[in-house]
Design a protein around this ligand. Structure first.
Ligand SMILES: Cc1cc2nc3c(=O)[nH]c(=O)nc-3n(C[C@H](O)[C@H](O)[C@H](O)COP(=O)(O)O)c2cc1C
Length: 215
C-alpha cells in the first residue's frame, strides 16, 4: 500500500458523519451492493461470516415497525408516569424516539444482524460444560457487526452517500424480528443510506492520545 492509499482512507475516516436527512433519490443498486460487499469482507471469528443485511423494502413492514415504535413509546411513557424524575425520563424517551423516526423516510433501510449459530469457540466449551458463561459469543458477534458496518459506511462515504446506524429503535421494539418477519437472524441495529440532504455541524472528537493507554 502506498502513501496515497493510506491518506485516502484516512480522509474518508475523517470526513464521515452520520447523516439523518436524505434526498428522495434512491441510490443506484450497484452502489448499495458495493457497500454490502465491503461489509461482507469484514473479519469474523473463525471466518464464520455471521452478519446479514436485511433490506426493508416492503412498505407494510416499514409501517409495522413504525407502529411498533409508537406502541413502545406509549408503553414507556405510561411506565414512567408517577416516577421520581418522570419529566426528565419522558424527555429522554421522546428524544430517542425522535432520533429514530428519520429511518422511516430514508431511501434505503437495512436491519443488520447475525445468523443464529452455536459454533463459536466459547459456545463449544460451554456446551461441553467447561465454561460457566458464554456471553463472549455476543461480544464476538457485536464486534463483527461493527466491523461490517464500518466497511459499509466507508464505502458509502467514498461514493458520496450518507448513512446512519441506529440502535435506539430496538429499545422501543424488543421483538423486532417478529415485527419485521425476520427468521433465524438476531437483529443488532438498523442502518440507513441515501444521498445526504444535510451537512452535520461541529462535533467533538477525541484523538489517539485520548484513547491510547499503556499498561
Ligand atoms: C451503535 C450505534 C448506535 C447508534 N444509534 C443511533 C440512533 O439510534 N439514532 C441516531 O440518530 N444515531 C445513532 N447513532 C449515531 C451516533 O449518534 C453518531 O455516530 C455519533 O453521534 C457520532 O456522530 P458521527 O457519526 O457524525 O461521527 C448510533 C451510532 C452507533 C455506533
Amino acid at each position: 500500500m502506498n502513501k496515497n492509499e493510506i491518506s485516502l482512507l484516512t480522509g474518508l475516516i475523517n470526513r464521515r458523519r452520520s447523516i439523518r436527512k436524505y434526498t428522495p433519490e434512491i441510490p443506484p443498486a450497484g452502489w448499495i451492493k458495493s457497500m454490502i460487499h465491503c461489509a461482507a469482507r469484514a473479519p469474523s471469528p473463525s471466518n464464520s461470516r455471521p452478519v446479514r443485511f436485511v433490506r426493508i423494502i416492503s412498505e407494510k413492514i416499514r409501517e409495522d415497525i413504525n407502529m411498533a415504535m409508537e406502541k413502545g413509546r406509549k408503553r414507556f411513557l405510561e411506565a414512567v408516569e408517577g416516577l421520581e424524575g418522570q419529566k426528565k425520563l419522558k424527555n429522554r424517551i421522546n428524544a430517542y424516539f425522535r432520533f429514530s423516526q428519520f429511518m422511516f423516510d430514508a431511501p434505503i433501510l437495512f436491519a443488520v444482524g447475525t445468523v443464529l449459530s452455536r459454533s463459536g469457540f466459547s459456545e463449544r466449551l460451554f456446551d461441553a460444560g467447561i465454561l460457566k458463561r458464554h456471553d463472549r459469543e455476543d461480544t464476538d458477534l457485536d464486534i463483527t457487526v461493527g466491523l461490517a458496518l464500518k466497511g459499509f459506511l466507508l464505502r458509502g462515504e467514498e461514493l458520496g452517500l450518507g448513512a446512519c446506524i441506529l440502535t435506539a429503535p430496538l429499545v422501543f421494539i424488543p421483538d423486532i424480528e417478529e415485527v419485521a418477519g425476520i427468521k433465524d437472524i438476531s437483529i443488532k441495529c438498523f442502518v440507513t443510506a441515501g444521498f445526504p440532504h444535510e451537512k452535520p455541524g461541529f462535533i467533538e472528537r477525541i484523538c489517539a492520545d485520548d484513547i491510547l493507554i499503556e499498561a
